[in-house]
Design a protein around this ligand. Structure first.
Ligand SMILES: Nc1nc2c(c(=O)[nH]1)N[C@H]1C(S)=C(S)[C@@H](COP(=O)(O)O)O[C@H]1N2
Ligand SMILES: [Mo]
Length: 366
């Protein structure tokens, strides 16, 4: 049975908890992803929270603890709307698994990323109202606690993570209650979730009920153990807390949305489209497409940059001759970072951040 509120052809990696990505074509076309098509990544059962009873506690290194209802959030702070892409650190993991198996992690394709218009308030405004106190040691973080309990964690625990106080105080981090103009659905974090534009999806904590200012990053399993980039020779089951480094800003990445991988086409002109995205303060500056595995490249046309926090779609017309063909893409960001050629270069034991060149294989009929 299809998940309620999701298109019927979602690629479901796990039913319970629900983990699913849309097919490539669903992400093509519009920059905004429909809520029905938006990928969904869950580490535990989706909590059902009464919005009227929901409270957000703000505590820790603040002058004034806050206890806010949804009505308080709406009444006390200026509403803020922005378009931002969410991208799971596991996006495109399937390409890493082809290099070497990654047991126990879902083989996400290129669809563990989507873009929405988010509405809420700036976390910075809420923290300002609480009166942030400078933290000891200068390594101040803001921790988010959620109400879903994950059996995947060791030991089982509620979901949580943190970002640096500097990022938390940047105006773009939202406590959001709406997605594409509609109240958040339970699956996407209702009644309120954090949206951390430019960072891996794992930091955008759904069903948030507590914001704590503290010294050092969160001790949550999802900050201290998972979502860290481990050296290639580490056994993730033996990895100790704090090993590797915590992922934050999203690395430059791109993939092809149309045609589909494995498609059969007619010889001649084919329109190739896709997405490209770079996190934090970086933007996409160029996208290149190759029909000869990277010996030569042509620039794709870039779609509008609708928001500093959103992906850009791109398109290019290519002429394909009859026979098998491989189409490859790579993107460059505003720091001149370019995607690495091979997944083997960046293989890591938990299979995060596969931003290697992306390819599809197609069959071209005369
Ligand atoms: N409370 C909570 N927040 C969470 C998660 C979760 O399992 N529980 N998953 C995180 C991860 S890993 C990602 S990629 C995004 C996915 O957001 P979405 O399901 O709205 O697409 O939510 C993040 N926030
Ligand atoms: Mo994620």
């Amino acid at each position: 049975m299809a998940q309620q509120g999701k298109r019927a052809d979602m690629i479901v990696h796990q039913r319970d908890p629900y983990n699913a990505e849309p097919p490539r074509a669903a992400l093509a076309g519009e920059v905004l992803t429909a809520v029905t098509d938006f990928y969904s990544r869950n580490h535990g059962p989706v909590p059902q929270i009464d919005p009227g009873a929901w409270r957000l506690r703000v505590d820790g290194q603040v002058q004034q603890k806050l206890d806010l209802s949804l009505a308080d959030l709406r009444a006390r702070f200026a509403p803020r709307t922005l378009i931002a892409t969410l991208q799971c650190a596991g996006n495109r993991r399937a390409g890493l698994i082809r290099v070497r198996d990654i047991p126990g992690e879902a083989p996400w394709g290129p669809g563990a990323t989507s873009t929405a218009r988010w509405t809420g308030v700036s976390l910075a405004d809420v923290l300002a109202a609480a009166g942030l106190q400078p933290g000891g040691g200068g390594d101040q973080h803001v921790e988010f606690a959620a109400s879903d309990v994950s059996a995947d964690a060791e030991p089982p625990q509620p979901y949580g993570s943190s970002v640096s106080a500097a990022k938390a105080m940047a105006g773009e981090v939202l406590l959001a209650w709406a997605m594409n103009g509609q109240p958040l659905t339970p699956l996407h974090g209702a009644p309120v979730r954090v949206v951390v534009p430019g960072y891996i999806g794992a930091r955008s904590v759904k069903w948030v009920h507590r914001v704590t200012v503290r010294s050092g990053p969160s001790d949550s399993y999802f900050q201290a153990v998972a979502y860290r980039l481990l050296p290639a020779d580490t056994d993730p089951r033996a990895a100790v807390r704090g090993e590797g480094f915590a992922l934050a800003a999203v690395a430059v990445n791109a993939d092809i949305l149309q045609p589909d991988d494995g498609a059969t086409l007619r010889a001649g002109r084919t329109e190739v489209t896709g997405y490209a995205y770079a996190g934090d303060d970086r933007g996409i500056r160029r996208v290149d497409v190759s029909l000869d595995d990277g010996s030569s490249w042509r620039q794709a046309g870039l779609g509008e940059e609708v928001s500093p926090w959103a992906w850009r779609h791109w398109r290019i017309g290519v002429d394909l001759a009859a026979g098998p063909a491989r189409i490859t893409v790579r993107a460059w960001d505003s720091s001149a970072a370019v995607q690495p050629q091979s997944a083997a270069e960046l293989w890591n034991p938990r299979g995060y951040v596969n931003n290697s060149w992306a390819s599809i294989n197609v069959t071209v009929l005369p």
